[in-house]
Design a protein around this ligand. Structure first.
Ligand code: NAD
Length: 475
């Protein structure tokens, strides 16, 4: 057992860990990053869930399936017809794998360029800032560091009565790798993963049924955008059943038989494949040895203060394994902030302005408080909204569903939340984040020139609408 010493040792090479590693190295610190993920080719792969089995591969499949769907359903309005369009799922998945490899390989190159040492294996934190790493061959090596950043991410929650078997009952990673389009796909959980991956396979021809335990659809989103999304998903043929409590999932010869109860009583549903997407939990199992001083909360997350410090000298944590939304971009910003704090600089992440995006069609994106939250807090407010149906660019694109909604303080006009459903709102939300980060008002947005004809005019008009002075709709 040898012991190697670093200025910064990072556990986890996902969006929080690898970004922290690059920033720490940029700041002149001797840095190493440990990760145990093994890619489809059997070799260590950097980038964590996001690059390997999350954000990037799901976007690749969302794009492929959108192209196919347009070819078979969306292009007639443009006068384009294509007979006998086919999808080769193997080629589609292969393209996704190539994209994943390009990006995970990109992190390897970035580590080399920045002189970050990549260490492959499972890390356990011990007392006195020592980390023991067990490699694939079973050998353990100890490393020590002045600073340690825990960025171990999260893993899918498994339901005890619908355990993942990788064949019939799968998690997000399994649903990215079906070898053919399942005839009937069941999804447990109408959250981000359920809706995105449910959309992928629906567009390719699956009959998709989503069972959601809660009585309201997308209850974390603003009710107005959730309503539009529910309407559009229904039109697309996604069968979303709310208030559905799953009792059991039995794997048989013909797939999986689900038994659940809803308002109508006990129901059964037969599917060929079942995706369980009921949320994720912090990946902290086996992370802490004895007497580290690091504490986990009741949900297994590493306890940290507002600066991502664990309260133990030199030990920090960032990303999905700590409080706050489980989003790649939130983790990356925390990784940067921690590296900068370690280097004696200012580092801070404003959790109030983290954007959310769901990459369905239409897309959903929001930042800040929902109208229900503002109302509940007793804050005086006003709202403005504008439909994409009145935006020239959206009409030209034939993507008119949805709107932009802005919530502003009734007295100060400061923007409290921006909620969007519609075409490419994943990109439009950035303007709202910038405005909120600079504590801007609806009037600020209303006075900024927006290019014509663009989708961003919906943001401009919604800001004008807060003051009932929209130009292109009746106020
Ligand atoms: P989620 O929290 O978004 O949704 C889970 C859903 O499952 C909820 O609606 C919940 O009410 C429901 N549910 C829970 N238990 C259930 C049960 N027994 N039966 C039926 N429904 C049940 O979780 P997710 O979709 O699994 O995603 C996990 C995490 O990954 C999220 O935190 C998400 O932010 C992140 N993620 C983000 C993106 C993105 O940013 N676009 C994409 C994928 C994942």
């Amino acid at each position: 057992m040898s012991e190697q010493t670093y200025d910064v040792l990072i556990i986890g090479a996902g969006p929080a860990g690898y970004v922290a590693a690059i920033r720490a190295a940029q700041l002149g610190m001797k840095t190493a990053c440990i990760d145990d993920f093994i890619g489809k080719d059997g070799k260590p792969a950097l980038g964590g869930t996001c690059l390997n089995i999350g954000c990037i591969p799901s976007k690749a499949l969302l794009d492929s399936s959108k192209q196919f769907h347009n070819l078979t359903h969306g292009f007639e309005a443009h006068g384009i017809s294509a007979k006998d369009a086919k999808i080769d799922v193997g080629t589609m998945v292969g393209r996704k794998d190539k994209i994943v490899k390009q990006f995970t390989g990109g992190i390897t190159s970035l580590f080399k360029a920045n002189k970050v040492t990549a260490i492959s294996g499972f890390a356990t934190l011990k007392a006195n800032r020592v980390v023991s790493v067990k490699a694939a061959d079973g050998k353990s090596t100890d490393y020590s560091a002045t600073n340690i950043i825990i960025a171990t991410g999260s893993s899918p929650i498994e339901l005890p009565f619908a355990k993942f078997d990788g064949k019939h009952i799968v998690d997000n990673a399994g649903a990215l790798d079906f070898s053919e389009t399942p005839k009937r796909l069941g999804v447990i959980g109408a959250g981000v993963i359920g809706l995105e991956l449910g959309s992928v396979w629906k567009r390719l021809g699956s009959e998709v049924t989503i069972l959601e335990a809660l009585p309201d659809f997308l209850s974390t989103a603003d009710a107005d955008i959730a309503k539009v999304a529910a309407r559009e998903f229904k039109k697309q043929g996604l069968d979303i059943r709310l208030g559905a409590k799953l009792g059991k999932a039995e794997v048989g010869k013909n797939g999986v038989t689900l038994t659940y109860t809803d308002a109508k009583g006990e129901q059964t549903l037969e599917v060929d494949k079942l995706l369980v997407a009921v949320g994720r939990r912090a990946a902290t199992k086996g992370l802490l040895g004895d007497n580290t001083g690091v504490k986990l909360d009741d949900r297994g997350r590493v306890e940290v203060d507002e600066h991502n410090w664990t309260g133990v000298e030199g030990i920090w944590a960032a990303g999905d394994c700590v409080r706050g939304p489980m989003l790649a971009h939130k983790g990356s910003e925390e990784g940067i902030a921690v590296a900068e704090l370690i280097a004696g600089k200012a580092g801070h992440v404003n959790l109030d302005t983290i954007p959310w995006v769901i990459y369905t069609e239409p897309e959903l994106a929001w930042v800040g408080q929902t109208e229900a939250q503002v109302k509940e807090a007793g804050i005086p407010y006003k709202t403005g909204s504008f439909p994409f149906a009145a935006i020239g660019r959206a009409v030209a694109m034939n993507e008119t569903a949805g709107h932009v909604k802005i919530i502003a303080h009734a007295e100060t006009d400061r923007i409290l939340g921006v909620h969007m459903v519609g075409p490419v709102v994943s990109e439009l939300i950035a303007e709202a984040v910038v405005t909120m980060e600079f504590k801007g008002s609806a009037e600020d947005l209303a006075r900024i020139v927006h290019a014509h004809p663009t989708l961003s005019e919906a943001v401009h008009e919604a800001a004008l609408s807060v003051d009932k002075r929209s130009i292109h709709k009746a106020n």
